[in-house]
Write a protein that binds this ligand. Structure first.
Ligand code: NAD
Ligand code: UDP
Length: 324
């Protein structure tokens, strides 16, 4: 196997830190770049002992000069509470982060993968969502800084591919959960588990009939590593990676209560503006191109995640700080 120099932006985050771990195990030289906006060094502390791992504090909205063979561009706040904290910065991170990493890929001749999202489909009118669906996004709503930022990044990736023949990959990630999610990111899985473990009310937004399809982080990381390695037809076109098993948010709350043996009650709160009512990936393309499909179902993945949240010290974690 050829050893590659691999840059992972957002590498200290929930998904990025697992990706770094996997790439280190494969023997590659990893540069993890992060500004720690929604993560902390403890996520990658255990990786600092490896000679093939390097950590750089840097913000992707600013250029940086590195020599690499592959780039995974994951830097971007992902939870609604995090990306709405400073929406203008979120848009800059997606757009300028894409421009800066694409520029580096062009200069180095590196292959580059963009972490896009199911949010490019917005509140979908087609169900499940295939990659050919162009989406239903409100360009001026509270989720737009993230959704439109990620859509613009996809545009930049396609144009760099068309105009400069850059070797690009785009993965559209559907709701992914697992150990090392930020305990206070407000995403539904982390929120419900923390509430259940503390005996607080489980907050369901709306009537809980909206759906999501939850993918365990190990399945997701396997999928994106395969996409980066894939060489074949239409390799630059977006690929959905997610678990097609769809659950209502109420079902997720009930399963969390069961697995934590919690006596928490359910409290209903208003549904946030533009909250998508349904979401389920069509993974036909991932199966055909990458021979990939998820292997870990919700009950098992949730049990691992609960175990993780039981073990961490919540006082080690902080919400985003206003200096970004
Ligand atoms: P995360 O918040 O844990 O990770 C994002 C990382 O990017 C963090 O470490 C953060 O500090 C860093 N970051 C943010 N802004 C930055 C900047 N300007 N410069 C440098 N670093 C910056 O979230 P995650 O769930 O691990 O998401 C990783 C990527 O996957 C994101 O691009 C996200 O949009 C995408 N994604 C995730 C999901 C999911 O369900 N987890 C779904 C769709 C897409
Ligand atoms: N949600 C909820 N209670 C919470 C947090 C989230 O009912 O405490 C709902 C939210 O309104 C959405 C779904 O759970 O319908 C998934 O939310 P999340 O923020 O995890 O991700 P999204 O898929 O909306 O980006």
């Amino acid at each position: 196997m050829t050893i590659k120099r691999v840059l992972v932006t957002g590498g200290a985050g929930f998904l990025g830190s697992h990706l770094c771990e996997r790439l280190i195990q494969q023997g590659h030289d990893i540069i993890c770049l992060d500004n720690f906006f929604t993560s902390q060094k403890s996520n990658v502390q255990h990786l600092l002992q490896y000679n093939n791992f390097e950590l750089i504090r840097h913000d992707v909205t600013h250029p940086i000069w590195l020599e690499v063979d592959e780039i995974y561009n994951l830097a971007c706040p992902a939870a609604p509470g995090h990306y709405q904290f400073n929406p203008i910065k979120t848009m800059k991170t997606s757009v300028m982060g894409a421009i800066n990493t694409l520029g580096m890929a062009k200069r180095c001749g590196a292959r580059i993968l963009q972490a896009s999202t199911s949010e490019v489909y917005g509140d979908p009118t087609v169900h499940p969502q295939p990659e050919s669906y162009r989406g239903n996004v409100n360009p001026i709503g509270p989720r737009a800084c993230y959704d439109e930022g990620k859509r613009a990044a996809e545009t930049l990736f396609s144009d760099y591919h068309r105009r400069h023949q850059l070797d690009t990959r785009v993965v559209r990630i559907f709701n992914t959960y697992g150990p090392r999610m930020h305990p206070f990111d407000g995403r539904v899985v982390s929120n419900f588990i923390i509430q259940a473990l503390r005996g607080e009310d489980i907050t369901i937004f709306g009537d809980g009939s909206q759906t999501r399809s939850f993918c365990y982080r190990d399945d997701l990381v396997e999928g994106i590593i395969r996409l980066m390695a894939y060489e074949g037809d239409d390799e630059h076109m977006p690929v959905n990676i997610g678990n097609p098993n769809e659950f209502t948010i109420k079902q997720l709350a009930e399963l969390t209560l069961k697995l934590t043996a919690s006596s928490s009650k359910i409290e209903y709160k208003p549904l946030p503006e533009d909250d998508p009512l349904q979401r389920q990936p069509d993974i036909t393309r991932a199966k055909a191109l990458l021979d990939w499909e998820p292997t870990i179902e919700l009950e098992e993945g949730l049990a691992h995640t609960i175990e993780y949240f039981r073990a961490i010290d919540l006082s080690d974690y902080r919400a985003p700080t206003p200096n970004h």
